[in-house]
Design a protein around this ligand. Structure first.
Ligand SMILES: Nc1nc2c(c(=O)[nH]1)N[C@H]1C(S)=C(S)[C@@H](COP(=O)(O)OP(=O)(O)OC[C@H]3O[C@@H](n4cnc5c(=O)[nH]c(N)nc54)[C@H](O)[C@@H]3O)O[C@H]1N2
Ligand SMILES: Nc1nc2c(c(=O)[nH]1)N[C@H]1C(S)=C(S)[C@@H](COP(=O)(O)OP(=O)(O)OC[C@H]3O[C@@H](n4cnc5c(=O)[nH]c(N)nc54)[C@H](O)[C@@H]3O)O[C@H]1N2
Ligand code: SF4
Ligand SMILES: [Mo]
Length: 736
């Protein structure tokens, strides 16, 4: 039993606030301030403060469960793992490798995300793997890739924000979604900088702004084009920068010039004087930033929308200049790292492309398999879930709760129920786990060590602080045991030097050392980062290549380590293990060149288009969805914390008094929200803080008030992101 306080990180969002955890003699765990971690400097939100409640065996799973005569009943680990191996084996034998699907999560550590991608490709031999990050920041990732040749959420540390001249925060309610980060924006304004918030609602974040623009949901693309039009018309472009550091301006400029301010006002509802004011505030200072979050990204045109905001930044000479540029605020704990190491449908570790022959060769060599045995790209998250029970007959799910969080959730729940076999690894019995044939109870944040990469691209060591309860094993252990059980049966181990079992170590540091080799030379290069460094430094920003020949670093950590526990790490004398030459990491990207072939950033010509579903006579109101401060995501974890439930007990429908009056609904009355996908009921919350043509629902709850019963799974053609942020609905009163 550990007794001392351990510096570690929060289990939830991408800020990855630092905290100290101390086990209490009573059996609980105490969170105390960890002031040395620069991102949050000790501050925590209510979710982080209360996170230890989910460690309690009162709410978490402590035994594997298997379905027997319709009910989930406790089983031994051997029984449960045998059942999973058998379910996957049988599916593969009867329907082929692609009938086995794998679904991961952006909350998983880098090690888990890496091992899960490897497991899918070399143990199951399936192309059908994707993860919930597709629902999160995939549009910003795709746009960043196109424009800069590299996708890292923020290309600069948060500490740059207070020193810039102006920030446009597009569709982020960070006062609720990353409360300790609000400080950076408060300091910005104290230093004389300005904050512009773009959100259809006057959120707690918008209340802090110097200028709040409230467009109709789904019209950010037009808004950004209108701003760029004005930038050109007012002669505020940075011609020298455009000439020296970009390509494609003429086409992008022409597209923007077709978006007259008056036309943009009609589409967005943002007035021309407000557009002009935004342009003035953004262009006058020497430095400025645009930061996007889920508002503009979770749209069926999210990639183009983010592209339009990037164009605005490029035309005004921002990216790659000090205290300036475009960034995306990632969401989940490992939203950044989770998208780099191969749990994505089209990806290999190191942010490599699965279709790139050289990438396949490199990674196959690290894995000890024949490159030709690696499957090709699979379906995106929604398409994968939509294929359950038809092409995909068995699913291994780790780190997501799609029954609550997927768009068109009633349909997805049906698809999940129609599977031949479902195995879920989780810490609690989520709504999705409750449908499984086998549930494997896994260790969580404070009970295990692993790395995560926060929204700044800062790779962090989240340390184990307590001993996990009996009966619980890590996700890495699960993959190890399944690989052992399926060894020699898939035919893919051909040419492997090691057995499949050995290819799936249970020690996270060993996995990380392999990840470094697999990712070396890729865009997201971690090869110069070691656990030891992470324990000594407050995180290291990627890319961080190793000095020298990275392929020779294999044995560094794995083999001559004396003690796999990290307890003694920070005190261990340096040089105990062979260290690679030290690269300092890269807090700020693009200062000299962009990551494109010619080093220039690329303008992408984009034009406005409507949401996939616009209001009409039958469904006259727009629904948008999002978050509240006291609940996290599908709520699987936070709905198990009393203090958070007291603060946010259930779903609601936020609507303007005018809309409420037309409907005949008073505060607290149950309101039915009906879309082409289904019907949800929740109490009315009446507020002038929302546009009269729009209603808002948070998506944290299952059951009658499940917002995702309503949402539209129309996908962005590039990122395959569903349109969570805009669909057409009608409202009805409900007789009680
Ligand atoms: N409390 C809490 N914090 C969280 C999470 C959580 O579930 N709860 N989840 C984490 C994760 S994974 C993520 S991705 C982040 C998300 O963080 P945010 O992006 O800040 O969260 P959202 O509430 O989804 O959306 C932000 C805002 O977008 C606005 N919006 C809606 N439609 C539009 C539109 O068409 N255009 C524009 N410009 N804005 C629009 C909404 O009104 C909302 O205020 O939060 C992370 N932090
Ligand atoms: N309408 C609407 N829907 C949305 C959104 C929206 O804005 N509007 N946002 C979307 C976004 S941005 C996101 S990120 C998704 C998130 O939605 P989900 O993918 O459902 O995310 P979580 O609720 O965080 O689910 C994570 C699950 O993994 C479990 N878990 C936690 N740690 C571990 C671990 O270490 N191992 C394993 N095996 N399990 C673990 C948790 O208990 C939980 O059950 O929702 C999306 N859905
Ligand atoms: S802001 Fe995010 S990382 Fe920080 S304490 Fe809250 S949930 Fe945890
Ligand atoms: Mo997210």
């Amino acid at each position: 039993m550990r007794t001392t306080s351990t510096p570690t990180h929060c289990p939830y969002c991408a800020l990855q606030c630092g905290m100290n955890l101390s086990p209490l003699p009573s059996g609980g765990v105490e969170v105390t301030e960890r002031a040395d971690f620069p991102v949050n400097r000790g501050a925590l939100c209510g979710k982080g403060r209360t996170a230890p409640a989910v460690l309690s065996s009162r709410v978490r799973l402590t035994s594997p469960l298997v379905r027997s005569e319709g009910a989930l009943v406790p089983a031994t680990w051997d029984e449960a793992l045998d059942r999973v191996a058998e379910g996957l084996r049988r599916t593969r034998a009867e329907h082929g490798p692609d009938a086995c699907g794998v679904f991961g999560g952006g909350g998983l550590t880098n090690e888990k995300a890496y091992a899960l991608g490897k497991f899918a490709r070399i143990v199951l031999g399936t192309s059908q793997i994707d993860y919930n990050g597709r629902f999160c920041m995939s549009s910003a990732a795709a746009a960043g890739m196109k424009a800069f040749g590299l996708d890292r959420g923020l290309p600069f540390p948060l500490e740059d924000i207070p020193r810039t001249g102006c920030v446009i925060l597009v569709g982020s309610n960070l006062a609720e979604t990353m409360p300790p980060a609000l400080r950076y924006f408060t300091e910005l304004r104290e230093n004389g900088g300005t904050l512009i918030v773009v959100d259809p609602r006057r959120t707690r974040t918008a209340e802090q702004a110097d200028l709040h623009l409230a467009p109709r949901p789904g019209t950010d693309l037009a808004l950004a084009l209108g701003l760029l039009h004005l930038v050109v018309a007012e002669g505020r472009t940075d011609e020298a920068y455009i000439r020296e550091r970009t390509s494609g301006w003429e086409e992008a400029r022409a597209a923007a010039m077709a978006h007259w301010p008056e036309y943009v006002e009609r589409i967005t509802g943002v007035s021309v004087p407000q557009l002009r004011e935004a342009v003035r505030l953004f262009c006058e200072p020497e430095s400025a930033m645009v930061l996007t979050a889920r508002g503009p990204e979770q749209q069926s045109k999210g990639t183009d929308t983010v592209g339009a905001w990037i164009n605005l930044c490029l035309a005004t000479g921002r990216p790659g200049r000090p205290l300036s540029g475009y960034g995306c605020l990632t969401g989940q704990g490992n939203g950044q790292g989770g998208r780099e190491h191969g749990q994505k449908a089209d990806q290999l570790p190191g942010y490599r492309k699965l279709v790139d022959p050289e990438a396949r060769r490199h990674v196959a060599e690290v894995w000890g398999v024949d490159p030709d045995s690696l499957p090709g790209p699979g379906r995106s998250a929604y398409e994968l879930l939509d294929a359950l029970g038809t092409d995909i007959r068995a699913l291994l799910l780790m780190g997501s709760n799609p029954v609550v969080s997927a768009p068109r959730a009633a349909h997805i729940e049906d698809r999940i129920r129609s599977l031949d076999f479902l195995a879920v690894c989780d810490v609690v019995l989520s709504e999705t786990a409750a449908l499984a044939d086998v549930v494997l109870p896994v260790t969580q944040w404070a009970e295990e060590t692993g790395t995560i990469t926060n929204l700044e691209g800062r790779v962090l060591l989240r340390r184990q602080a307590i001993t996990p309860p009996e009966g619980v094993r890590s996700d890495l252990h699960v993959l190890h045991e399944l690989a052992a059980r399926l060894d020699g049966e898939t035919g893919l181990g051909k040419g492997m030097e090691k057995s499949l079992e050995k290819g799936f170590p249970t020690d996270p540091e060993e996995v990380f050392d392999e990840l470094r080799r697999a990712g070396a030379g890729g865009l997201a290069d971690y090869s110069g980062i070691t656990y030891r460094r992470l324990a000594e430094e407050n995180g290291v920003f990627w890319p961080c290549p190793a000095g020298g020949d990275t392929d020779n670093n294999e044995a560094d950590g794995a083999d001559d380590r004396e003690d796999a526990s990290l307890d003694g790490l920070p005190d261990s004398p340096a040089g105990e293990r062979t260290e690679v030459a030290v690269h300092p990491g890269t807090p700020r990207l693009f200062l000299d060149r962009f990551a494109t072939e010619d080093g220039r950033a690329r303008f992408v010509p984009v034009s406005h288009r409507a949401a996939a579903e616009e209001p009409d006579d039958e469904y006259p109101v727009l629904l948008t969805t999002g978050r509240v401060v006291a609940q996290y995501q599908s709520g699987a974890q936070t709905r198990r914390v009393d203090e958070l439930n007291a603060a946010a007990p259930g779903p609601f429908v936020e609507l303007h008094p005018r809309l409420a009056e037309r409907l005949g609904a008073a505060e607290g009355d149950p309101v039915a929200v009906v879309s082409r996908r289904g019907r949800a009921v929740a109490p009315a919350r009446i507020t002038r803080a929302i546009r009269p043509d729009t209603v808002f629902m948070p998506f944290h709850w299952p059951g009658e008030g499940r917002a995702n019963t309503l949402t539209n799974p129309a996908l962005d053609p590039t990122s395959r992101m569903p349109e969570f942020k805009a669909c057409a609905v009608r409202l009805e009163t409900v007789r009680t």
